[in-house]
Ligand binder design. Structure first.
Ligand code: GLA
Length: 372
């Protein structure tokens, strides 16, 4: 709500000369309709931020983030190796800044992620003498890690990716030290510990490739067991590392509907659309030699395909909006995407909604057009 003082200041602008008016505009620019506004009746629109972005190094970027998005996820700041680099040492600096940024801008915040098999510090699964720890002590480390972090941000971080990528594609479970030491029950336990630390936080299971029928089957089996044991689990994050053709959106829809049937919410938690050739799919040597075809800019024809793909994805998500809580883009602008370095390092990819100059792409426009 405006204060009286702001109201008086605002009405004064009506009688300013054009020059004064322009000057007052730069102080308080009128915000354009952003994605968060366009999809406000559907779901939250989130973005993954890098530290430079939430440390507000640029007012231009800050303006885009706060106009377009109402939810934020941090790329690395909450991961074990960053926040808890040795058994006794915590580094809260980045996560605290991220949370301050979220509070300042009244953003919905996602803590990503508490238990994962990757980005773990060296030595986590060793005793001080370099021996194998007992499963009891691994259990104690896991419990302490979750409880300490969730408690610190209780009432501030709204949603936690409690367990990330526990499922396999061919076999049921993804190989993981947590699984080796504790067996699959570590998943249920992680949720219970997080829930005890902040009973009001939303708790999420997050994974990639959930549109594939085999992995969907593994997911549903796991959810059934977790629910049978009254695990405090509220939503599933389908990461959404898509490309121009994969996955088929019918399969995405099947997974959304199947999750929703279990009573859980669905989030699309890490969305981007890779436009570059996939090395494993290239047959002839000419194609293999040209795996980085557009280092200087995306041809209009591909820009158009990307726009259609984003629009098709969002059409489906809007259709399924009753099941969807949040859609988070995995990065703000193209240069912020991990897809420039994965699966091959040093390529130039174009997977997001803003280009390298932080301008809106056709893909962005195709989303606003859905709401016209
Ligand atoms: C996975 C993780 C993310 C991130 C991406 C790659 O999806 O969940 O945190 O590391 O890989 O950027």
């Amino acid at each position: 709500m405006l204060t009286r003082r702001q109201l008086i200041k605002g009405s004064a602008a009506l009688v300013l000369s054009p020059i004064e008016y322009a000057a007052s505009e730069t102080v308080s620019p009128k915000k354009a309709l952003g994605l968060k506004e366009a999809f406000k009746n559907d779901f939250l629109i989130g973005v993954m931020l890098t530290p430079e972005q939430y440390l507000k190094r640029s007012t231009q970027i800050d303006g885009i983030v706060t106009t377009e998005f109402n939810s934020i996820t941090s790329n690395n700041s909450f991961k074990w190796e960053s926040i808890h680099p040795t058994t006794r040492h915590w580094d809260w600096s980045y996560a605290d800044e991220f949370v301050n940024y979220g509070l300042e801008n009244r953003m919905h915040m996602v803590g990503h992620s508490l238990i994962w098999h990757a980005q773990l510090p060296v030595g986590l699964f060793e005793t001080r003498r370099g021996r194998q720890p007992t499963s009891k002590s691994v259990q104690a480390r896991m419990d302490n890690h979750i409880a300490t972090i969730v408690d610190r941000y209780k009432g501030k971080v709204n949603s936690w990716d409690v367990v990330n990528e526990a499922l396999g594609s061919n076999q049921k479970w993804q190989p993981s030290p947590w699984l080796n030491y504790l067996g699959p029950s570590y998943i249920e336990r992680a949720f219970k510990i997080a829930h005890e630390a902040d009973p009001r936080a939303e708790l999420v299971y997050n994974d990639y490739g959930l549109a594939a029928p085999e992995k969907r089957k593994h997911l549903l089996e796991m959810l059934k067991d977790l629910q049978k044991n009254k695990t405090p689990l509220h939503a599933v994050g389908m990461q959404g590392h898509f490309n121009l053709t994969y996955p088929h959106l019918n399969e995405v829809e099947k997974t959304i509907m199947a999750i929703s049937k279990t009573g859980l919410k669905v989030h699309i938690s890490e969305l981007e659309v890779d436009v570059l050739p996939n090395p494993s799919e290239q047959q002839d040597s000419a194609e293999k030699a040209n795996l980085n075809p557009w280092p200087l800019g995306l041809p209009t024809s591909v820009e158009d395909k990307l726009a259609v793909r984003y629009s098709d994805i969002f059409k489906l998500l809007v259709k399924q909006r009753k099941s969807i809580g949040r859609v988070t883009l995995w990065g703000l602008a193209d240069q912020n995407s991990w897809k420039n370095d994965f699966p091959i390092e040093g390529r130039t990819n174009y997977p997001l909604l803003f280009n390298r100059k932080f301008q809106k792409k056709k893909a962005y426009q195709s989303l606003l057009n859905l709401k016209k």
